[in-house]
Design a binder for this molecule. Sequence first.
Ligand code: SF4
Ligand code: SF4
Length: 452
Amino acid sequence: MSPTSATPSAPSPAVDHGPTRHLGAMDYSVLQQCMHCGMCLPTCPTYVETKKERHSPRGRIALMRAVADGELAVSKAFGEEMYYCLGCLACTTACPAGVDYPTLFEAARAEVEDAKVLDSPKRNAIRATVLRGLFTRPRLLRLVGRLLWIWQASGGQTLFRRLRLTRLLPPNLRRLEPQTPTIRARFSHQLIQPVESSANPKPLRRVAVLTGCVQDLAFSEINRATVDVLRANGCEVHTPPVQPCCGSLHGHNGDLATARDLARRQIDLIDPDRFDAIISNAGGCGSHLRNYDHLLAADDAYAAKAATWSRKLRDIHEYLVEINFRAPLAPPSPQTITYHESCHLCHGQKVSVQPRDILRAIPGVELRECGESSWCCGSAGIYNITQPKTSGWLQDRKLDLLTATGADIVATANPGCHLQIANGLQAQGDDHTTVEHPIVLLARAYAAEAND
Ligand code: SF4
Ligand code: SF4
């Protein structure tokens, strides 16, 4: 949550600030991994945008190491640089040295928050209300979602826009208002039973499904589809009706204490020992969820469970391919589809081939590859709020490439990407191309098969 959308200026050096709590305390070998080869540079959106070394992975790692060594102060400029990074993890795929950028990135942002160098009354209030107030309380989040749904379903939002009352909003909110997600009439717990049996008389596996927070309110049909495809593939599916946020927003925004607290709550709710797999269907959440073992490694009470959790955590596409999912037999219904890779699904979880395998297995699908399919769309958590300029540049770049494929459907597996692309298409007046989760398309094919 950087207060600015401008490109950050260079951090000024300082001397001997002593060991810092996060970067200074980490295993030094992680800070030393970078061999400065520069292979990551052409894959880093912020470097490509500015061509400045400090806006590259290599440059940021050098800054982090200088902070850990006590040679650089955790200053406002350092903080802005860390928040200028998208956290897209494209650098981790490109890096031949296996640099653990996710750990460095989270530690650096935690350092910035501890040093309070970006604090302002407005920023602190937003973080307290949204991150710690709303996204830690699933029932309250649903209540807010329900109120928003009433506002939208009653026509209030349409009237507000028609009367151009959005002009009365402060500039930041005015810019964000068109991006408000459409809230579903029914949330996940209203669509999914806590336990649903397998379509096979004898379930082959028992799995738990994570419903997420934004996904629960704005894309509950994706959660329903996830349960449907798992049932169709021999799984007994357990879906706790009230689930806390996975903590990914908190971890990526330097609030590691809350991220750990939310991880413990997830493990208390879904005991990993009881399941063959724990299924995530959102790229960003999954990338964080499979990292619970690192997050809770120093917690004696939870470390062992967290290790089991991470071992069993699977992205839905990955899991379906792993269990040799059944290709649907529906009559072919021609669909041209292109696939946009969520950064945290492909770079964070290394799940890239499996969603394509699933799409290709659907009868009638023509999969058209999109250039730069694994480049960030600019959503990146709340990056489109904090850095609108860079986010908008990435969104335009992405939309041009997606549109060039001529596909009718853009498939993607993360709520942030879904909204960013759908909002971009709408802003361009494209009412033809739709955005869908690959699992919704698969579930539809199974349903068509059943109706045939
Ligand atoms: S996470 Fe993305 S934006 Fe950040 S340094 Fe790596 S490639 Fe660049
Ligand atoms: S590719 Fe890896 S080792 Fe090379 S400069 Fe980038 S982060 Fe460092």
